[in-house]
Design a protein. Structure first.
Length: 268
């Protein structure tokens, strides 16, 4: 995925979007917004173009492979055993998190709208023998079909790629049973996250292809928390995810200023 942004333009975009108030997103779209779909096709195309590399741990998806054991462990810390739990992974991509939860004993459904990624996910499942039910459906449409059917919903590194993240949060809140858990992860929006997640990760360290992330789509924890509350999801925990470029090690941390994860629970 080739970025079209040049350096100076990138900084101009930052200043424009950082100081514009309020941000474009999380402007409280009405509930049951019947818009046909909450999709940015260009975002899906980025992931489709790379789909064959989902399971190459040295590819553009290396960071997702590297953080997966951390996020899986963190989910397990909250829910206890995943064994026998019904889980839906929203924006599952090639199935990195979905498969790992299935290996841990969960009955996992993975949903995404990038068909190529789902194809790779299914092929990988055949090879690994790990059973996950992959479906090409939006979170909103799936919630209309399967409301209250899941013990756990995961939605990781996905909200920053959709036009209306609040609508996805709402759908996640509908999919989970009363008392069930919904886990999100995304990128914070502030000067540091611009420097680390875009300039650092895409331009200097080249951990991710240029253009992977768009600063104005990043989400402040306060925005995600407000959106969760509207979806009847209480915030139980928020934790940061840090990267040390010298040691090439990722770790959970108290610093939520760049990457962060949020654990929420649906009102009983
Ligand atoms: N959740 C996975 C993949 C993250 S990459 C993980 O953390 O390992 C982001 C994923 O979101 C991609 O697979 C992309 O296809 C998906 N995505 C983007 N927009 C989407 C939408 N509107 N509906 C469903 N999935 C979407």
């Amino acid at each position: 995925m080739k970025g079209s942004r040049t350096g100076p333009l990138l900084f101009l975009r930052f200043f424009f979007f950082h100081f514009r108030n309020p941000p474009r997103r999380f402007m409280n779209t009405p509930a049951n917004n019947a818009a046909p779909s909450n999709v940015d096709q260009a975002e899906l195309d980025k992931f489709s173009a790379l789909a064959s590399r989902w399971w190459d741990p040295e590819s553009e998806f290396k960071p997702l492979h590297a953080i997966n054991p951390l996020r899986l462990g963190w989910i397990q810390q909250h829910v206890g055993s995943l064994s026998g739990k019904r889980v839906v992974d929203v924006g599952c991509g090639g199935g990195i998190l979905a498969e790992s939860m299935a290996v841990a004993g969960a009955d996992v459904t993975g949903i995404d709208l990038a068909e190529k990624s789902l194809k790779i996910a299914r092929l990988h499942g055949l090879e690994s023998g790990v059973k996950v039910d992959y479906r090409a459906v939006s979170a909103e449409d799936f919630a209309a079909q399967q409301a209250g059917q899941f013990d756990i919903v995961t939605c990781m590194e996905m909200l920053e790629h959709v036009p209306d993240p609040g609508s996805v949060v709402r759908a996640c809140g509908e999919l989970v049973k009363p008392g069930g858990w919904v886990f999100f992860s995304t990128l914070n929006r502030n000067p540091k996250s611009f420097l680390f997640a875009i300039v650092g990760a895409e331009y200097l360290l080249r951990l991710l292809p240029r253009g992977t992330h768009t600063y104005e789509n990043f989400i402040k924890p306060s925005e995600l928390a407000a959106s969760a509350r509207q979806a009847k999801l209480g915030v139980i925990d928020m934790t940061g995810l840090g990267y040390n470029p010298i040691t090439d090690i990722y770790a959970l941390s108290r610093d939520t200023s760049v990457n962060y994860l949020v654990a929420t629970r649906r009102e009983a």
